[in-house]
Design a protein around this ligand. Sequence first.
Ligand SMILES: Cc1cc2nc3c(=O)[nH]c(=O)nc-3n(C[C@H](O)[C@H](O)[C@H](O)COP(=O)(O)OP(=O)(O)OC[C@H]3O[C@@H](n4cnc5c(N)ncnc54)[C@H](O)[C@@H]3O)c2cc1C
Length: 497
Amino acid sequence: MLDERPWAEGTVPGMAARSGSEFLDRLASARVHVEIQGQTLTGGVAGHPAFRNVVRSYAELYDMQHDPAHRDVLTYASPATGDPVATSFLVPRTPEDLAKRSQAFKLWADRSLGMLGRTPDYLNSALMALASAADWFAQADPAFGGNLRRYYEQVREQDLLCTHTLIPPQANRAVSGSQQAGGALMAHIVREDDNGIVIRGARMLATSGPFADELLVFPSTVLRNTPEDKQYSFACAIPNDAPGLRYLAREPLDYGLPRHDHPLGSRFEESDAVVVFDDVHVPYERCFVLGDPELCNGFYTRTSAVVHMTHQVIARTTAKTSYILGLVSLLAQAIGIEQFQHVQADIAEVITTLETLRAFSRAAEADAEVNEFGVLTPAWPPLNTARNLYPRLSQRFPEILRKLGASGLMATPTQADVAGPAAADIETYLQSATLGGADRVKLFRLVWDTCISAFAGRQALYEYYFFGDPVRMAGAYLASYDREPYKAAVSAFLDRS
Ligand SMILES: Cc1cc2nc3c(=O)[nH]c(=O)nc-3n(C[C@H](O)[C@H](O)[C@H](O)COP(=O)(O)OP(=O)(O)OC[C@H]3O[C@@H](n4cnc5c(N)ncnc54)[C@H](O)[C@@H]3O)c2cc1C
């Protein structure tokens, strides 16, 4: 079992739980190839205006691991060295372990108001579950199980930040990825040599890719592989600055404006990038599945990785919903609209979502069971329900904030105005029932950045799609849900005389 083994052969002990400056130092020396706004970066990502604020937000998370107020929750003793490593790597064996993982997720998620989707704990949780299920991977080749274990240990001991890329480019969804443009578009194995594979093509869409340390090229959580997809059916890990790997980053939504003006975009703009593989060589020891559609289809479910990832996700979506509840309550209070019944109904809707998520999370932990690999695994039905509901429920938040904020969301002068010649007008004419003009503008700019700005638009898109297409997720839910007892109960009723 993981964590009870001696230090894995060939794994280099690292620095254990990193601080923010250790994260930034490593990034400073990385030569990640990023194409952005007509510019080619081959390093220097941490200082680039598109990334410098978000990497500082990530650095704050790493610093929390060393903060005496948080370190007991955010770290545990490495089974290999005894040094503190991140709690998201902890293999849960007991309810206390599971609770500790959950508390650690919450601490980080609260810090970013749930706006950072790819904090390291998301993929650390996947790696923990995958490595624990190493024996399942070994059925194809014993080497794969060992590779996964060693890779998990390396990421844990060096506290590396992983991003991942799962799905084919969006060229023609009427055919499978392997049939698009004669199969040339989707990342695939073009050849093998003595010590590894060579990948060519592209994949969508690595959030936080440009500033990660490692890229996980994993199967989709939703799309199924068929035998024709053999060449495309693999899982491996690549250092982010590997030769031939490049990121096509989208236009940044952090415009370098003061935090007052863009309170969220200036902190939590995570970046998303298409990943291009220009004959990227991956050594065999970094490969976990090769040419095996069946293993790819069971990758997340047979290993419980999807459960542990969703356990992290529900902590983040709960944090975001808590933030929305605080925000909408301050907004309603500020302009004296809480006595209106439809306003109460909207706020109650946010409360309902929040309490629904909390109940799912609690049920999942209370009904956790040890899986076949000895890992205490939260119950899947509540988490699966949460992951099917949230893409839809979360779309209501910006709608509610826009409806309740109304013209106030456009009466939002900038910091320069608040401190400039218009200061007196702002203080007088933009005052609210509970706030002076400057404070009201500050609050409303936060509402604006949550429901109207480009940052807000991207957040809504993210919540809808980041775990896969909700339509196909619902289809998978239906296919896996045992409805026979329900059908039998109705049939029995029909048969009653
Ligand atoms: C902000 C953001 C961040 C993301 N971050 C990551 C990341 O970090 N890593 C990663 O790997 N991926 C990431 N993704 C990608 C995400 O996994 C996909 O968006 C998701 O799987 C949907 O795929 P798609 O975007 O290609 O949509 P498409 O599959 O192209 O779907 C487009 C539309 O067509 C419909 N459609 C298409 N095909 C079918 C079908 N067969 N049956 C029914 N309906 C169909 C869909 O329902 C949808 O309405 C991210 C996406 C977003 C928007």
